[in-house]
Design a protein around this ligand. Structure first.
Ligand SMILES: Nc1nc2c(ncn2[C@@H]2O[C@H](COP(=O)(O)OP(=O)(O)OP(=O)(O)O)[C@@H](O)[C@H]2O)c(=O)[nH]1
Length: 352
């Protein structure tokens, strides 16, 4: 699907951030506490220069292809994203450039870190990560004092350049050093979560999904509902997706295997692409082909060459144009069923 950033659902704008300056148009107007009063969860993305912070957001929220990030310019200002794709969960993502000292007196760290739900720290695994570990320690020790409830998420990033053994070694080493440094500072109780990520595969979407899920208070209820759904329908696995970002908001309680998740992401891409050609998903009002006009057969390339199948976008009930769905049948017998559950791009994807 062509994705025009001008029409982007995730609004984006830059903010310069010294204390007393404008902290952003929609937050803090007439309110000295500013964003601290905003109820929407906030995710901060930090890390050293060139670690990949901006690329992650471009790929996840703006459908930029990984290769297009190769020549991204350095970010000089705090960049805020409002992620409003899915009405189940609306949140902010802030890209914090590495060269600014947010604990300096020109900033108000309480405003930046105080009401924040999660802090993602990006470490370039292809580089010497000792400086990154020192910075991580510096940030965690200070932010934890201000906001002990914040979740610390460490993305060991750019792992596409590492062999499988090297990935495991890097993760173990970074985990051990970071945890020991915190223990030495008397912060054994601070929990860091680690993810191996790359913008060149689905790992970045999977990791972002896990971070987002931790901030959704209704997660246990959603999981429960999906459990009930699969146990009553014979479906193997169900995800609740924000189809714009391919972040899954929830899934049933059975373990997620990466292959199913990747297949679901591929299906979303195919359905959005087909919809943008034949109309439906992006157009207002939605116009899906009724079943007898099904677009079929279309070749669907999944992991295996033998998995050609057909895609059937249709209305669930022609009287209700809001309930859109698509079905893809793979030749190995797997059926994938994508169905919209809210008007705003939240879809349930089931594999059976
Ligand atoms: N191999 C590989 N390269 C990546 C990955 N993610 C980002 N990059 C590359 O890393 C370089 C820096 O990416 P940026 O997103 O600009 O990094 P940044 O942390 O925002 O950099 P600053 O704005 O300077 O702080 C770019 O050339 C990206 O293409 C990844 O997963 N794998």
């Amino acid at each position: 699907m062509a994705y025009n950033s001008d029409n982007d659902i995730a609004g984006q704008y830059s903010v310069s951030f010294p204390q007393g300056f404008d902290y952003g148009p929609e937050e803090g107007e007439g309110d000295p506490a500013g964003g601290a009063q905003d109820q929407k969860p906030k995710i901060l993305v930090m890390g050293l220069r060139r670690s990949g912070k901006t690329s992650i957001q471009k790929v996840v929220f703006h459908k930029v292809s990984p290769n297009e990030t190769l020549f991204l310019e350095s970010t000089n200002k705090i960049v805020k994203e409002d992620v409003t794709n899915c009405q189940f969960f609306v949140y902010h993502v802030w890209d914090l450039p590495a060269h600014l000292d947010y604990f300096d007196s020109t900033f108000d760290p309480e405003l930046i870190f105080g009401g924040c739900g999660a802090l993602i720290f990006v470490i370039d695994s292809q580089d010497d990560y000792m400086d990154a570990l020192s910075k991580l320690h510096f940030v965690v020790t200070r932010v934890y004092k201000m906001n002990p409830k914040i979740k610390f998420e460490v993305f060991i990033h750019k792992v596409d350049g590492l062999s499988d053994d090297h990935k495991i070694d890097a993760q173990r080493d970074i985990n051990q050093r970071a945890t020991e440094d915190l223990a030495d500072a008397g912060l054994d109780n601070v929990h860091l979560s680690f993810y191996l990520t790359s913008i060149y595969d689905h790992s970045i979407f999977e990791a972002f999904s896990k971070v987002v899920q931790k901030l959704i208070p209704q997660l246990p209820t959603l999981e429960n509902l999906l459990d009930i759904f699969i146990s009553n329908s014979g479906i193997e696995k169900a995800f609740l997706f924000d189809v714009v970002s391919k972040i899954y908001i929830a899934t049933d309680s059975s373990p997620v295997d990466m292959q199913s998740y990747e297949l679901c992401c591929d299906m979303i891409d195919v359905v959005l692409d087909v919809s943008s050609i034949y109309g439906g998903f992006d157009s207002e009002p939605p116009v899906y082909e009724p079943r007898h006009n099904r677009i079929s057969p279309l070749s669907f390339d999944s992991d295996s060459d033998s998995d050609d199948g057909e895609i059937i976008p249709e209305r669930v009930n022609p009287a209700d144009s809001n309930q859109r769905l698509a079905v893809i049948k793979l030749n190995n017998g797997t059926v994938m069923y994508l169905r919209e559950v809210t008007k705003q791009n939240c879809w349930r994807l089931s594999v059976y």
